[in-house]
Design a protein around this ligand. Structure first.
Ligand code: TGC
Ligand code: FAD
Length: 392
């Protein structure tokens, strides 16, 4: 990729809404992405390889457990700082943000909230430092949008549980040290199970040939009579609400992250449009291109305001699942539209790896699908405002 010249748009001076700590955290993440992610990410995506070299850097900027208390190795930050870190990382690449989201909200969060003290002490500090990497197994081959129908199951064998089944489309599965897996017990109740690499009968084959999120590693989790020690069950919450609670936290991070991808596409297109001469003047002077750019900054600004307010509500423990759904859906859709428009502004250059736009565009096809599809989030809003579930 050509040199990273990113300048963050802040059309409504929203930095004034941030505290000194927010700005410090945000700027540290922004500088780190410029220094460590931008120079290597295009090649990683082209080669479809997760760049493991950035794991320690992610830990250093507080991307692994930003809001997890410091006593467990987390950064002890608030929800807006968490969001800002996700925004900056996804400005670099959605796949790198995925790794941070999964580690923080889908692995550390359930261990922190639903685990016992021994489980917190055993896993959280090592996950925060990046010594251990985790993954989250909810989706199955036959149960994506409808995880409540899962068939992966545990059977009580007296001294231990026996785990059988399979999960699919799991970020970080191929190299994760520990998997938070959701499985039904004999009563049909969903339980959280901590499955460690090396347990007999547990395998994690990689999923190849993705055109999206290529710098993130995706795979399956296969359980063939895996013996699970009883102390590896998360004791403090069960039922579908347990994994859905984790998703609230991860979807919130994605709402911020998508703004990062959109900002990068907008900034790249604006710079290019000012420099590219056609018909003897910069294309930025053509009305049609100005329309695209003006609409982009308008949508980014609206998303920034929506998300900042959601962050305030989240800090006060008042953000609802439906409010989070609205922000995830709106912001990812906004970002994918901006990526497509920005790609056009660059003409043929837009399809090359010289610029980040096409990579963002392809990544966002996964982001609009995972953590609840665009349609599912619309139906969550519909359910919230009408009181009637379209899923039943
Ligand atoms: P429903 O009947 O609505 O709810 C079942 C139970 O859960 C409770 N609940 C929640 N609890 C806590 N937090 C939430 N957000 C909750 N939402 C619901 C609810 O009260 C109920 O409790 P109880 O006690 O009455 O049993 O469930 P449903 O089966 O009708 O499904 C609703 C639906 C469709 C919204 C839900 O299944 C859903 O969100 N589906 C989308 C699936 C999804 O998002 N999967 C994501 C997989 S993980 C992933 O994609 C990671 S990508 C990571 C990366 O790389 O960044
Ligand atoms: P389906 O559920 O089969 O949906 C297909 C289409 O039908 C969609 O358009 C959907 O909106 C629509 N649809 C479904 N139900 C309804 C309805 N009731 N009304 C109207 N339309 C409906 N999962 C994990 O557990 N952990 C991970 O780490 C993880 N990482 C992922 C990484 C990547 C790169 C990808 C692509 C996915 C990942 N997922 C992960 C899986 C992801 O959460 C699912 O793909 C997603 O929930 C959708 O499920 P599905 O693909 O089976 O689609």
């Amino acid at each position: 990729m050509s040199q990273d010249l990113f300048q963050a748009p802040d059309y409504y001076q929203l930095d004034e809404l941030l505290t000194e700590e927010h700005l410090l955290v945000r700027n540290a993440a922004r500088e780190w992405v410029k220094r460590e992610v931008s120079p290597i990410i295009e090649e990683a995506a082209q080669q479809a390889k997760f760049p493991k070299s950035i794991i320690s850097g992610l830990a250093e900027i507080g991307a692994f457990g930003p809001y997890i208390p410091e006593e467990y190795g987390g950064a002890g930050l608030d929800q807006i700082s968490y969001g800002l870190i996700m925004q900056e990382i996804e400005r670099g690449d959605s796949g790198v943000r995925s790794t941070a989201s999964v580690q923080s909200s889908l692995v550390m969060y359930p261990i922190w909230k639903y685990g016992n003290e021994a489980q917190r002490q055993k896993y959280l500090p090592k996950l925060a430092s990046g010594e251990l990497l985790g993954c989250f197994g909810l989706t199955e081959p036959d149960h994506g949008s409808n995880p409540g129908g899962m068939t992966t199951n545990i059977k009580d064998m007296g001294d231990y549980y026996l785990l059988n089944g399979a999960k699919m489309w799991i970020s970080n599965a191929p190299f994760a040290d520990v998997a938070v897996v959701w499985a039904k017990n004999e009563e049909g109740r969903i339980k959280g199970v901590l499955v460690e690499r090396g347990m007999a009968g547990f395998s994690t084959p990689e999923t190849h040939n993705k055109w999206s999120l290529r710098a993130s590693s995706t795979g399956e989790l296969i359980f063939d009579n895996v013996k699970i020690p009883k102390e590896n069950i998360l004791p403090n919450k069960d039922g579908l609400g347990a994994p859905l609670g984790c998703l609230d936290s991860a979807r919130y991070g994605i709402a911020w992250g998508a703004i990062g991808a959109a900002m990068d596409c907008y900034d790249t297109a604006l710079r290019y449009a000012k420099q590219r001469i056609q018909f003897d003047k910069p294309i930025a002077g053509m009305q049609l291109q100005q329309k695209k750019l003006a609409e982009m900054i308008t949508e980014i600004t609206k998303a920034q305001l929506l998300t900042w307010r959601l962050g305030v509500l989240k800090n006060e423990n008042r953000a609802t699942t439906a409010q989070i759904s609205m922000a995830k859906r709106n912001n990812v859709d906004m970002a994918i539209h901006i990526a497509r428009e920005a790609r056009q502004i660059l003409g043929a250059m837009g399809i090359t790896g010289e610029y980040s736009i096409m990579r963002h565009m392809m990544n966002l096809e996964s982001v609009i699908t995972y953590e609840g599809t665009h349609d599912i989030h619309l139906l969550i809003t519909g359910m919230d405002i009408t009181g009637i579930s379209a899923f039943k």
